[in-house]
Design a protein around this ligand. Structure first.
Ligand code: CTP
Length: 233
């Protein structure tokens, strides 16, 4: 089992980004509107800090720095396989992917035909972050994302933090999905920290990595501290 990096080395970061697609038949799928921009920004910011970074990327056309050479996935099952392959050789996971909570119980061969009302039966997908808790070294750090209605955001994010046994969770209001700017909170067992107001996704990514470096990854080298983005609430 690969050990954590010696003191003074950069953490090896694994980032997931983008939506999953769950096939209904040979031509249709269930998915969501995630563009992957947040996870891509995090991976690019980590690479700029000198952190060895692996990006697992769903089916999006959003441009990615060529040097990142993302590993692609489509379904939740494929993402689970990629995580199982990659997680043992990484130190920090930031799970920004918008993973489908359900998939069709039956995937039709060929194309379903238009025959009036249809009833789709869905079954839950595996909770990837929760199941990784069983297969992580004590020194590995797992950070999730929660996209929530503002009124219940903090409570629901805290519940997910515990249920998935995460080190921290980024709580975003639903409006973040299509927005240029982010107003999020980083929540862990003992603190809630607001991100800098109206940060772009790139600024937010830099801030988040500062937080990860300072709080959850002892012993790493700071290469590109971000000025003016330290906004502890
Ligand atoms: N996640 C996961 N596996 C799933 C669903 C979500 O690993 N099957 C991860 C997401 O990548 C995210 C975190 O769990 O980092 C929270 O995702 P979210 O969809 O907000 O939470 P759910 O547990 O799916 O709860 P709900 O959709 O009911 O709010």
């Amino acid at each position: 089992m690969p050990l954590s990096p010696p003191l003074g080395q950069h953490p090896r970061l694994l980032v997931t980004a983008g939506p999953t697609r769950e096939p209904l038949d040979s031509v249709r799928y269930l998915s969501n509107r995630s563009s992957g921009r947040m996870g891509i920004a995090i991976a690019e910011a980590a690479r700029a800090r000198g952190w060895p970074t692996t990006l697992l990327l769903g089916p999006v056309d959003t441009p990615v720095e060529k040097s990142l050479d993302p590993i692609r996935f489509e379904t939740t099952h494929e993402l689970a396989q990629r995580l199982n392959e990659q997680w043992p050789t990484h130190d920090v996971l930031i799970m920004a992917a918008a993973v489908s909570d359900h998939r069709p119980t039956v995937v039709q061969e060929g194309k379903m035909h238009h025959e009036g009302d249809m009833l789709l039966t869905l079954k839950p997908t595996e909770d990837l972050l929760a199941s990784l808790a069983e297969r992580s070294r004590p020194d590995q750090v797992r950070i999730g994302f929660a996209l929530e209605e503002p009124a219940t955001m903090v409570d629901r994010a805290r519940t997910k933090l515990q249920a998935k046994r995460l080190d921290a969770i980024v709580a975003n209001p639903l409006s973040t999905m299509d927005a240029e700017t982010v107003n999020a909170m980083l929540i862990d067992a003992t603190s809630i920290t607001e991100s800098p107001a109206n940060a772009t996704k790139v600024e937010f990514a830099r801030w988040l990595l500062e937080m990860v470096a300072a709080r959850y990854s002892p012993g790493i080298v700071e290469t590109t501290p971000v000025q003016g983005l330290d906004a502890d609430a």
